[in-house]
Write a protein that binds this ligand. Structure first.
Ligand code: ADP
Ligand code: ZN
Length: 631
C-alpha cells in the first residue's frame, strides 16, 4: 500500500485535534469556575475581582473566592453599561477588552466535528475507490506462484509420511515428463486429495512434489473462492485453471478445499448459492482439462467427511492420500529436519523430545525447535540445549498457536485400551480379517485406529463375518468399560457404524430370523430436504418395533461376545497396551508375538526392521484396496 494511507492521515489529524483540545483545556486551568453574571457583579462589589478580560460573548478573569482562594472565572456577559464604572469604583486592577473570544476552543468546538466528519467522508471515499480497484481484479485468482530456485522444497524436507510420498511418486514422474506418459497412454489422476489434521505437512508435501518434479507450484486456498458476490468465486476458479494451463506442466494446490467443496445439498434451504456455483465451476474445470496437458491439482482438507461426493468421483480427485499425524519415529525425524537449521548442544536427545510430545504434529514440532532457538538466543547461548527444548514444549502447550493438543497420559492409556480391545477381539474371532496394524496416533478425526486387511478381495460378506465385525467394533468400548469402569465418547464412531450394520442386517440383508428376508424401510431414515422425502413407510408400526428389537438383540449379543473374549484374555490385553504405550504403533506380527507370549525386539534395535515392514506395508496397500479400519 502507498505511504498516504488514508488511515494514517486520519490518525494524525485526530491526534493533532486531541492535543489542541488538551492544551486549550490546561491553558484554561483546571480550577476555572463559571459564575453567574449576578455573582460576578457581587464579587466586583465585594472587591475580590482583580483582573477582567471582556470578549464578545465571554468574560474571563481572576478573583478570590469566599474562602480566599485565587481562582479563574468565566461568565457570560449581559448588556451592562455600568460594568466599567463598577470595575473602576471597586478597584479592579486590570481590565481590558478583546475582539477574540477563546478562539481556539470555540473554533474546535464549532468546527472540530465538521472537520472530523469531512475527514471521515474523505477516508470512506478513498476506501471505496480502492475497493473499486479491487473489484476490477475480483475475478482473478489470488493464487501465488511459490517457486524460487534457492528455496526449492523436496522430499528431504518432509520427514515421515513415507506412504504418502510413495503414493505421490507417480505424480512426480508424470510432471517431470508428461510427454512420456502421453506416449505410453497411461492414466494419470487429475487430482489428489490430501487428508490430514492441520499442521501435518499437507502444504509442505504438495510443495515438495512440485520441487521434486521441478515444476511451478501455484497455491491458493478454498476460502479465496468463497466471496460475497455470486460468480466471483467461479471466475477465480476459471482463472486459476487458465493460469495452470499457461504454465503447464505445473502443480495447482488448493488448501482447505472443504470451504468450497462442501456437500451441496446439506443444510436446510439448499445452501449457499455462491459456493455452489464455485463448486460447479471447479467440477467443470476438472472435467474439462485433460491431465495430459500436464496440470495436476492437489487439494488438502482435514474434513473429508463434509466434501461433496461429486468431487471424489473418478476423473476428479480420484486419488486420496491420508497424511497421518506423526508417530514417535516420525516425530524424531521431523525434529531432525528442523534442528538442522540450528546449532544443537550435545545434551539434546531428539528421541527424548519426541517421546515427550505425543499428539504434536509437524507444525508444532517446527514451532518447538524455533521457540527453543529463540530462548537460547535470548540467553546469549551459543547452542540450543535440552532445557530450552523443554521450556519450548511448555510454551507451545500453553501458547495460542497450537495446531493440535498434547495427549495426556490418561487419555493415551484409554485410547490404548480401546484400540487393544478392537485388536484382541479381531484376533480371537474366526471370520475376522487379519489385523495389520494398531496405532494410538490420531488419523483424521479418529484418536487411534486398528487396521485390518483382508487376505483376498471380497465381493460377498457372510452373516458371521458381519457379526464378527460388530463384535470388533464393540471391542473398544468393552475394553474401556472393563478396565476403567467408565466409558468415554471415544466409541461414538464405532457405535454408529455398528448400529448401521445391525440395521442393514435386519432391514436390507434379510439376516434376522424373526423378520425374514424382507426389504424394509429403516425407521429413522434421515430425511434431507429435497431427498428421500417422498419415501413412504412400507410396514406397520408393529414391524417397526420388531425391527428395533432385532437390531437390539444383534447388538447386545455381539457386545457380550466381545466382552467375553476380553475378559478371558485380560493379561494379553494389558500386554498389548503396555507395548502400545511405549511404541504407539504395533504391526500384525508384533500382535501375533504378544499373543504367543513372546517378547518384542526392543525399540532401538528394531529400527532397521521397522523400515522394512514399512516398505512392505506400502506395497501391500497397493495390492489390496479393501481395507477395514476401526477407530
Ligand atoms: P498443513 O498444510 O497440513 O496444515 P503445513 O504443510 O502448512 O501443514 O505445515 C506447517 C509447517 O510444519 C511446515 O511448514 C513445516 O515446517 C512443518 N512440518 C509439518 N509436517 C512436517 C514434516 N512431515 N516434516 C517436516 N516439517 C513438517
Ligand atoms: Zn473404536
Amino acid at each position: 500500500m502507498k505511504k498516504s494511507n488514508p488511515w494514517f492521515v486520519f490518525f494524525w489529524i485526530t491526534l493533532l485535534i486531541i492535543v489542541f483540545m488538551f492544551i486549550n483545556f490546561t491553558r484554561q486551568g483546571g480550577n476555572e469556575v463559571e459564575l453567574e453574571y449576578s455573582q460576578f457583579k457581587q464579587h466586583i462589589k465585594a472587591g475580590s475581582v482583580f483582573k477582567v478580560l471582556v470578549a464578545p460573548g465571554l468574560i474571563k478573569g481572576q478573583f478570590r473566592d469566599n474562602a480566599g482562594v485565587f481562582k479563574r472565572f468565566k461568565t457570560v456577559p449581559m448588556d451592562d453599561p455600568n460594568l466599567v464604572k463598577d470595575m473602576e469604583d471597586n478597584k479592579v486592577l486590570e481590565f481590558s477588552a478583546t475582539e477574540k473570544s477563546g478562539w481556539l476552543g470555540s473554533l474546535l468546538l464549532n468546527w472540530g466535528p465538521v472537520v472530523l466528519l469531512i475527514l471521515f467522508c474523505f477516508w470512506m471515499m478513498r476506501g471505496m475507490s480502492m475497493g473499486n480497484k479491487q473489484a476490477m481484479s475480483f475475478g482473478k485468482t489470488k493464487a501465488k506462484l511459490a517457486v524460487g530456485a534457492s528455496k526449492k522444497i523436496t522430499f528431504k524436507d518432509v520427514a515421515g509420511c513415507d506412504e504418502a510420498k510413495e503414493e505421490l511418486q507417480e505424480i512426480i514422474e508424470f510432471l517431470k515428463d508428461p510427454a512420456r506418459f502421453q506416449k505410453l497412454g497411461g492414466k494419470i489422476p487429475k487430482g489428489v486429495l490430501l487428508f490430514g489434521s492441520p499442521g501435518t505437512g499437507k502444504t509442505l508435501l504438495a510443495k515438495a512434489v512440485a520441487g521434486e518434479a521441478n515444476v511451478p507450484f501455484f497455491s491458493s486456498s478454498g476460502s479465496e473462492f468463497v466471496e460475497m458476490f455470486v460468480g466471483v468465486g467461479a471466475s477465480r476458479v476459471r482463472d486459476l485453471f487458465d493460469h495452470g494451463r499457461k504454465s503447464a506442466p505445473c502443480l495447482l494446490f488448493i488448501d482447505e478445499i472443504d470451504a468450497v467443496g462442501r456437500h451441496r445439498f446439506a443444510g436446510i434451504g439448499g445452501g449457499h448459492d455462491e459456493r455452489e456455483q464455485t463448486l460447479n465451476q471447479l467440477l467443470v474445470e476438472m472435467d474439462g482439462f485433460d491431465s495430459k496437458e500436464g496440470v495436476i491439482l492437489i487439494a488438502a482438507t482435514n474434513r473429508p467427511d463434509v466434501l461433496d461426493p461429486a468431487l471424489l468421483r473418478p476423473g476428479r480427485f480420484d486419488r486420496q492420500v491420508i497424511i497421518p499425524s506423526p508417530d514417535l519415529k516420525d516425530r524424531e525425524e521431523i525434529l531432525g529436519v528442523h534442528s538442522k537449521k540450528i546449532k544443537l548442544d550435545s545434551d539434546v536427545i531428539l528421541n527424548v523430545i519426541a517421546r515427550r510430545t505425543p499428539g504434536f504434529v509437524g507444525a508444532d514440532l517446527a514451532n518447538l525447535v524455533n521457540e527453543a532457538a529463540l530462548l537460547a538466543a535470548r540467553n546469549d547461548q551459543k547452542t540450543v540445549n535440552m532445557k530450552n527444548m523443554e521450556e519450548a514444549i511448555d510454551r507451545i502447550l500453553t501458547g495460542p498457536q497450537r495446531k493440535s493438543r498434547l495427549m495426556s497420559d490418561k487419555e493415551k492409556k484409554i485410547i490404548a485400551y480401546h484400540e487393544a480391545g478392537h485388536t484382541l477381539v479381531a484376533k480371537f474371532l474366526p471370520s475376522a480379517d487379519p489385523v495389520h496394524k494398531v496405532s494410538i496416533i490420531p488419523r483424521g478425526p479418529a484418536l487411534g485406529y486398528t487396521l485390518q486387511l483382508p487376505e483376498e478381495d471380497k465381493y460377498l460378506t457372510s452373516r458371521s463375518e458381519l457379526l464378527d465385525k460388530l463384535s470388533i467394533l464393540f471391542g473398544g468400548r468393552v475394553a474401556e468399560e472393563l478396565v476403567f469402569s467408565e466409558i468415554t465418547t471415544g466409541a461414538q464412531n464405532d457405535i454408529s457404524k455398528a448400529t448401521e450394520i445391525a440395521m442393514r442386517m435386519v432391514t436390507e440383508f434379510g439376516m434376522s430370523d424373526k423378520i425374514g428376508p424382507m426389504a424394509l424401510q429403516r425407521p429413522n431414515e434421515e430425511v434431507f430436504l429435497g431427498r428421500d422425502i417422498s419415501r413412504d413407510a412400507r410396514h406397520s408400526g408393529k414391524t417397526s418395533e420388531l425391527i428395533d428389537e432385532e437390531v437390539k438383540n444383534i447388538i447386545y449379543s455381539s457386545k457380550s461376545r466381545a466382552s467375553k473374549i476380553i475378559k478371558d484374555n485380560m493379561s494379553v490385553l494389558n500386554k498389548i497396551v503396555s507395548y502400545l504405550l511405549e511404541r504407539e504403533n504395533l504391526s500384525g506380527e508384533d500382535i501375533d508375538k504378544i499373543i504367543k507370549g513372546e517378547e518384542l525386539v526392543p525399540l532401538s534395535e528394531s529400527s532397521s526392521v521397522d523400515t522394512e515392514t514399512k516398505k512392505k506395508s506400502a506395497v501391500e496397500k497397493k495390492v489390496i484396496n479393501e481395507r477395514v479400519i476401526v477407530s
